[in-house]
Design a protein. Sequence first.
Length: 258
Amino acid sequence: MEAIIFDIWSDFAHFRRGYTTTSSLTYPFPPKTAIIGLIAGILGIPNKKREEKNYYKIFAPENLKIGIRLLNPVKTIMIKENLINTKESENPLYFKLGLISPEKGRTQIPIEFLKEPKYRIYAWFKNEKYEGIFEKFLKAHKSVYTPYLGITECVANFEFIGKYEIKKLELNENNEYEIDSVVPKNAGKVKVVENLTFGSIRMPTFINENREPLLFEDFIYIEEGNPMEIQKRIILTSIENQQKYIFGSVCEENVIFF
């Protein structure tokens, strides 16, 4: 098996936690659902309902597995945005002229953004056709739709790193597994490491064409990030559910694909 590796980054990112209301909070890194949308956007695959080739079906859990490495620390900032109700107004002319209707004004909402996010994405495709096309787009630094991190205001840049064989994940000298990517909780037993701050988050990993979340996972990640210059690995004393996840070493980086 082989995996495509690419980096993606932006000045800001926002991956909204669906259960937040008055304040929109963000996940600390992109859910798999956001990565699926990102890949589909680069390839120009539609998301229309009931179409045989919409990306919800093409990139079902058995057809695409990804790993995520946080290259920068998790830093957040709250920014207030003014939202305008453009659907309900007795005088829509106000909106056409860029004015505020006296009947329906602005609503100010605090939104949590990730600051200077950067991620390394590892992607395994079951379908070689889409794998090949995606590799060509990344190499040419082209995309059908503009890539962004979470919301369209957070336009992103990306860089192709390479395509590498997924090798067997080996034990270290202490009979433990050192992982560079985020770790699903069900993938193994995590060892507490001094001087590292772990975060834990529950995130959706797949939604259907009606945008209903069907699968969720709990993840462990390193708050300080895991930059290429200074490795800060998560240690597993054992690995589990090997039929569900792909455990592998890709270009000397240890990754769990989910």
